[in-house]
Design a protein around this ligand. Structure first.
Ligand SMILES: Cc1cc2nc3c(=O)[nH]c(=O)nc-3n(C[C@H](O)[C@H](O)[C@H](O)COP(=O)(O)OP(=O)(O)OC[C@H]3O[C@@H](n4cnc5c(N)ncnc54)[C@H](O)[C@@H]3O)c2cc1C
Length: 189
């Protein structure tokens, strides 16, 4: 594989890398995605809560060094699709307030506002098939309890990636034209 064949190299195949590769490919660039992990098994083991949660079988054991040179093993997943294959599928937008400076935690404000990101949120939610669902009964009970205690709490439906969608759904993203069809080469070691 010759590097000259590509216009862009994306490292990592999780949500971040995949989104970047998708946009670059839509823009007509030849893109290669490099991934250090392997494909996850499809034998049902990734659905086994004992192996996944209790034994941490699919977590990386790779040690990192912290800022003081001490070895730590962060909870990382190195596999095709990254942590995005393991996440809980709750896809929340930031709140307006989260873009503002937060002096209590020494954080500056963002250089852009929520409104500027709105079209990108909309595109991502459409592509990922995000739907808003009522909160699960246990969560709804906790929220109702909090709201009774303080008016500062607001309860909203949860936005989640739901799959599969019916093929007849009008919420499906428009098909890509052949000119715009992304072409991403994928490589892992
Ligand atoms: C159990 C769990 C539940 C979660 N639930 C939610 C949720 O409900 N909602 C939510 O918003 N977030 C959730 N998260 C967080 C979310 O999964 C991550 O924020 C998100 O997946 C990060 O995407 P990413 O592309 O930055 O990283 P990743 O998806 O981790 O992708 C990074 C990729 O880069 C690869 N890589 C790393 N180093 C190299 C290298 N040197 N060379 C090549 N490839 C490399 C990795 O193998 C990996 O595939 C959850 C996370 C976990 C672990």
């Amino acid at each position: 594989m010759s590097p000259q064949q590509y216009d862009a190299i994306v490292v990592g195949s999780g949500a971040g890398g995949a989104a970047a590769a998708y946009k670059l490919a839509l823009g007509g660039l030849r893109v290669v995605v490099l991934e250090k992990g392997d494909h996850l098994p499809t034998d049902g083991s990734t659905l086994d809560i004992r192996r996944v949660v209790h034994q941490g079988e699919f977590l990386s054991r790779e040690p990192w060094l912290d800022g003081h040179g001490r070895r730590i093993v962060p909870e990382e997943h190195f596999n095709v699709g990254g942590k995005t294959k393991w996440y809980g599928a709750a896809l929340l937008r930031f709140a307006e307030s989260e873009f503002a400076p937060d002096a209590a935690h020494g954080c500056r404000g963002w250089p852009l506002a929520l409104g500027e990101l709105a079209p990108y949120y909309e595109e991502a939610e459409r592509l990922l098939g995000v739907r808003f669902i009522d909160n699960e009964p246990d969560l709804a009970r906790i929220l109702a309890h909090l709201q009774r205690q303080s008016s500062g709490w607001d309860s909203l439906p949860t936005s989640r990636r739901m799959a599969p969608r019916p093929r007849t759904s009008t919420a499906l993203p428009p098909p890509l034209t052949s000119r715009a069809r992304p072409s991403v080469r994928f490589s892992h070691n």
